[in-house]
Write a protein that binds this ligand. Sequence first.
Ligand code: 5GP
Ligand code: MN
Length: 345
Amino acid sequence: MQELIKLKPLLSEAKKIAITHHYNSDYDALGSTLGLKHYLEKLGHTCTVISPNSNAAYMNWMPGIESVLEYEQQKEETQKVLDEADILFCLDYNIFHRTKHLAPLLEAFAKTKVLIDHHLEPDLASFDFGTSTPSKSSTAEMVFDFIQDMEHDAHLDKHIASCLYIGTVADTGGFRYPSTTADTMRMAARLMETGINTSHIQERAFDTKTEANLRLLGYVLNENMQIFHNEHSALIYISKEVYKKYNIKPGGTEGLVNVPLGIGNIIFSTFMVEYENEVKISLRSQGSLDVSKISKENFNGGGHKNAAGGRTEVSLQETLDIHKSILINYKKQIETCYNELQSAL
Ligand code: 5GP
Ligand code: MN
């Protein structure tokens, strides 16, 4: 894989460009891809963002979202865009299988493939150009860096800025997680200078709960949350029955995994949702505890050090048993990390 900036000559004349992100989009996935699309269109390219599956309805305020193709609903249109594209950008994921059913189409793409991502363990051999930097706060920040490296700061406008801002705010938990750097804050300042209303953007982005969401929250915190004080750990799970009963929509459980971390001595949180043929797992940690490793070793997953995910194809009960074994096997590591955090300030 060559450095991203080496792509510059290829972008010197108008191209057809497809831009993709991972399955089950979040604000960084859509913010980075839409931000890149708005920027590349200013250079005269024709761009289409492709989502592997449908995007949560609450994201419908994002500039450009109406033009996004959702592969699972628009298979033929997606195939056509990929057939005609000169360049394929892959953002906020680093291995094709993270796009699920879209993966075979992307693997078959025979022209230039470009990676921009901040997850661990990239499949570098699959890409011609790119940048993979796990220390970066968000893929949105990496798109901002790309625009700067291209010496196109003057192209920044409100549409680009809104998208990149919300991607970064979401992936840093509102500039809170340790991935937030001085560069992240300088970028935020530069994006604000375009005139975006950051307060309004965050209200649109995050004040999106429905009554059903809050009732679900009440139910699961009461009934399905376990706190393991000795292990500084927490678990929340949702069975298929509860998922149906509360009529949960895509994105409707977003953020639940973070809730137990609000308890001072909890530094490791696990969230499970049971679907028809799999259990999806989200893991969060604080400090040096590497949940991407825990996910890889136990849940066929990966992600970042402090935010990872994975899945099992066994029952919810068996998945809960795996969690039990994790608390035993990683107890020492969790304890060490907790002690580090206690003395960190
Ligand atoms: P979330 O818990 O929000 O779904 O995901 C947290 C982080 O873990 C994200 O950065 C996401 O890309 C990664 N992640 C989630 N699920 C999986 C998975 O099944 N496999 C891998 N490798 N990463 C995942
Ligand atoms: Mn991201």
